[in-house]
Design a protein around this ligand. Sequence first.
Ligand code: ZN
Length: 384
Amino acid sequence: MDKIQFQALRIALGMMRSTPTIILLSESGELPLDLRSQALGTKQALKVLSYENPIGNMLIQLYARYNEAPDSWKTAPPLVEALDYAAQILEQEKWPNSVFIYTDGSKDQDGKVGVGVFSEVSELRHSGRMPDFHSICSAEVYAIYITLLKIEQYDIAKAVIFSDSSSALKKVSKTGIDAETDELTLVTRRKLINKRDVQLAWIPSHTNIYGNEEADKLANAGRLLPPTLTPKADYKTFIPKMKEFIYNKWKERFVAIGRTKGKEYCTTVQQPYRTPWFKQYKSLTKQQVTTMCRLRSNHCLSPSHLYKIRINRDNLCQCGEVADVFHLIIACPHNYNHQKILYSYFDKEIEQNPISLHDILFKFNKTEHIKQIALFLNVSNLKL
Ligand SMILES: [Zn+2]
């Protein structure tokens, strides 16, 4: 097709065979055919996209699907390319005379954090690293902050900052009592408030938007730079780490002390609970919780324990055996009928057979289980 175009132009203009084709095109005021087809396609796309209609929606879907497709499929169908141009032109129209700046943050599996800023204006580009403790969201915020600094430095009159992180955008633009107050967000927001001609805009990530892809590359490159100490992270960043640190200390102590005191309990639960074990069983009464806690700790009103703490004179059950928790719930022959009812419930609930006291007191995940125990104690007239 190109050859036919050149030949036709050569004939029409009467130019020499040796004339470079760009001159042919230029002289005749013609576009190269591929660009011409793009121009026509874009024009059509703009027209279709300019008002609500089914074809427009179909095209948008097609475009989205194309962008999700693996790269190997992409031989850039002209229609898609046309849509891409149309989208860019419509975008420009929204923010006339603005410099478009794309920002991105990234964090890899080793925890390294990078930021990238991309613009057609090369002075505005940036690739950098942040301390590892920063989250991906603060990296996105930091990228916006760096962009604002550059906008100041190079005296950019109007700019649009694009980010694919809606949470970062929300962070820096939100005001009010519940707005974030970490240092980085605050300084970024402060800078932003003073710049009326700087707009923030969200773009979807990984949709092949050129500027966004470039910002992503710069952020990835930034991660490989030497580590830095700034910007400082929000103290909240460290709270989960602090909690983990303290909990581990607690766990160590729990295990160490558990070797001598509360041995059975400690070997059973292995590590201390982070939240009360009964927190998830909302409908329990206070008494039911208390009883379970006592049974689990093995410090309850059983004759065996009352004897141990020198309240009872002996540790015996009416049946003559030592009355510890195990005996009262599982073994006492005087209470056989009630035990049977309790076991028929546990039989369905606990797979292990025979059922151990440990299973009954520690291995459960429903409120009903505890209520059954409470019921059993009640009908057996056991106050533990
Ligand atoms: Zn007994």
